[in-house]
Write a protein that binds this ligand. Structure first.
Ligand code: LLP
Length: 432
């Protein structure tokens, strides 16, 4: 059983991804290698957009959270589907702008945006800026006045929801560096201040309650709380908030045992809450935004490595070392995240061993995973780690002065480079 529908095995036992033989990709482009399946990206985006259409009458936009995986080619693909983008830094925004992204469909994020970032976002004319704090509101008000523009803004709200996920990716609760707290009245005061501003227009509120969430209940609860806030603003200030951004966070399958809810169920249930609460409170239904990142990018990507050393430590464990590691996938060392892997050139064999896949960095914690079921792997074999499309390339580093791998897109079996492998000269390009 393969983790996703775009995965298969050839007659000679080679693992295929998006119709391409991964051992051939490794031979052609070298390893480590990130491989993204364009069709998988497009399908995921469409599923979100179609379910928005079906359950909420299309009165919303899907903004792909480009922090999950960003490069110009990814921006072009997302843009060509008619979806929007969540950009969280000037770098992500610049990438999208250079890729010709429809800027009106970009929401600009960040909990500590610099003046340079705010100025750039206003200059290029992003659809809206999601303001995180009062200092930002005040700086943006000045910058907008200087530039003679009136950007549309949303406020990032902490709805006080604990989505029971890893502490590092839990952001909706009160002890968080993100956004304005609801319970303390901070958010309401901020809205009052924004409504009085003349150079920005408050059009929406935003929340994001965490990442890799399998349950739908916390999303429903967040929608309920946010609609309640829209109603409070209407009642107390006679001001209509037209947009509601519910963030991202939908969980995906990393392991066979993972069982996330389908996006359609999420959209169906959350739309019901929004419609029901709006009716109950007598307010108009807002335009909705969602910001899926992982659920669009992760299943669409794999990483290919070549096995080097194999070390069997009797009664302890077997290490299978690969030619990448924490610089291209820091998620195990950061969060203990688990992945599925297989030997790409032995994909028709049983996964007969449980091994530790280790990276090549000078650091014991540099692992791709422990206790991973794998075919018997030897030097020269190709290992494919699955569902690495999100938060791998985007979180990669040059630790140990390793070169970042190339990113190759596959589509119906054909492949093309989207990001070149770094060269040794790239490693020293800024050194003086
Ligand atoms: N919107 C906002 C405001 C966010 O902060 C995030 C993710 C997203 C959308 C997209 O969430 P997603 O659908 O991808 O779960 N590096 C961590 C994940 C950090 C997520 C940060 N914010 C990881 O590797 O698991």
């Amino acid at each position: 059983m393969m983790l996703y529908e775009n995965m298969g095995v050839t007659a000679e036992g080679h693992f295929t991804f998006g119709g391409a033989d991964t051992t051939e990709l490794a031979a052609e482009y070298g390893t480590p290698l990130y491989v993204m399946d364009e069709n998988m990206v497009r399908k995921a985006v469409r599923r979100f957009m179609d379910s928005m259409e079906k359950y909420y009458g299309g009165r919303g936009e899907v903004h792909y959270a480009s922090k999950a995986f960003s490069c110009m080619e990814m921006c072009r693909i997302i843009n060509s589907e008619g979806a929007g983008l969540d950009a969280v830094s000037i770098g992500e925004l610049y990438t999208a702008v250079k890729a010709g992204f429809d800027v009106k469909k970009i929401g600009f994020h960040g909990n500590n945006k610099t003046d340079e970032e705010l100025r750039y976002a206003v200059e290029v004319g992003v659809g809206h800026i999601i303001v995180d704090n009062i200092s930002e509101l005040e700086r943006l008000e000045k910058i907008a006045a200087e530039l003679g523009k009136k950007p549309s803004i949303m406020f990032r709200i902490k709805p006080g929801i604990d989505a029971h996920t890893h502490d590092f990716v839990k952001t909706g609760q009160i002890d968080s560096k993100f956004g304005f707290a609801l319970e303390t009245g901070e958010a309401f005061e901020a809205v009052k201040q924004a409504v009085a501003c003349s150079n920005v227009e408050l059009t929406g509120i935003h929340c994001h309650i965490g990442s890799q969430i399998f349950d739908i209940a916390p999303f429903e609860e967040a929608a309920r709380v946010m609609i309640g806030f829209i109603s409070e603003i209407k009642n107390k200030l006679d001001y209509e908030i037209k947009g509601l951004n519910l963030g991202g966070g939908f969980g995906i399958k990393y392991l066979d045992s993972d069982d996330p809810s389908p996006f359609e169920t999420y959209m169906e249930r959350v739309s019901k809450v929004v419609a029901g609460e709006c009716e109950r409170l007598g307010i108009a239904q807002p335009f909705i935004y969602i910001e899926p990142g992982r659920s669009i990018a992760a299943p669409a990507g794999i990483t290919l490595y070549t096995v080097g050393a194999r070390k069997e430590i009797p009664n302890i464990r077997t290490y299978v070392s690969v030619d990448g590691g924490m610089p291209d996938n820091p998620r195990y060392i950061l969060y203990g995240s688990e992945y599925s892997a297989l030997v790409a050139n032995k994909a028709n064999e049983e996964r007969s061993e449980k091994v530790t896949i280790a990276g090549k960095c000078c650091e014991s914690g540099d692992l791709i995973g422990e206790n991973m079921p794998l075919q018997h792997a030897e030097s020269g074999d190709i290992i494919a780690v699955l569902a690495t499309g999100a938060y791998n390339y985007s979180m990669s580093s040059n630790y140990n002065r390793l070169q970042k791998p190339a990113v190759v897109f596959v589509k119906d079996g054909a492949s093309r480079v989207a990001v070149k492998r770094e060269t040794l000269d790239d490693i020293i390009r800024n050194d003086i």
